[in-house]
Design a protein around this ligand. Sequence first.
Ligand code: PSU
Ligand code: MN
Length: 307
Amino acid sequence: MNPLLDIHPEVAQALQRGAAVVALESTIIAHGMPWPQNVETALAVEAEVRAHGAVPATIAVIDGRLKAGLDRPAIEAFGRAGPSLPKASRRDLPLLLARGQSGATTVAATMIIAALAGIRVFATGGIGGVHRGAGTSFDISADLQELARTPVAVVCAGAKAILDLPLTLEYLETHGVPVIGWRTDRLPAFYTRDSGLPLVQRADDVAEIAASMRVQWGLGYPGGLVVANPIPAEFEMPRDVITQAIAGALAEADAQGISGKAITPFLLDRVATLTGGDSLASNIQLVLNNARLAAGLAVAYVAQPIA
Ligand code: PSU
Ligand code: MN
């Protein structure tokens, strides 16, 4: 085991006996939602994973240690600290660890730590992607490169329409990352079920996805995959409301010159405010929905014969 990694005893036991484990990220807690909904959601997501037969492992960096599995006080402390914690992606981990500091892990950093711990399934809200205007800003989330290099299945509600979704799909295709629609032929757009973009891969049964993961890694592919799970219809946002909020948030970011790692948290916060908090309620429901599917996938994965 990596000497920088602490696996929570319950998670370690589950991994040892070949039981299902689901990784969860901590940037969504510290930077993706306001307190106290962030803590309530993180705890509810863990409970949802358990209710569906898997052990949750919330992932973070605490005092220079990689953590796979947090107890309740640690989750509460993370949620209260919120944006005062650094947002940690792949490039941030080495110096943070060397200095003995703490950080909230993005999808990319969570995948790295999950893979080190031997966890193959991860649930989140939405992945980072190619930003609108990336042709000049070059802003492409490190999440996409991580999906190309680290063997973890990421269950998400697609990506937010704050991003350039067609280019995000192109990038994933170029890097050979499978994007499997869960009971859908279209890429979900986080708050809405359908971005209008066709997906070429679809699965209706978790055993199929689990088998595909075994084959992918059996072939020696280095990377992961995206399982794109649409938000339940009853929690979808009206398309015009969310489109307007996103346009407003993007215009504000542009006017204020927000860029780099600050842009995603800025846009998430502004969209939530501009929708009067409605988008937060949708956000919470889609994360719970992803936790359920990820638990089912983790159960199916450990039941699969090794390819
Ligand atoms: N998208 C969301 N909610 C989030 C994030 C993305 O809808 O909380 C977070 C995730 O942690 C993701 C990160 O990995 O933002 C991407 O940030 P960046 O674009 O700076 O790589
Ligand atoms: Mn970026």
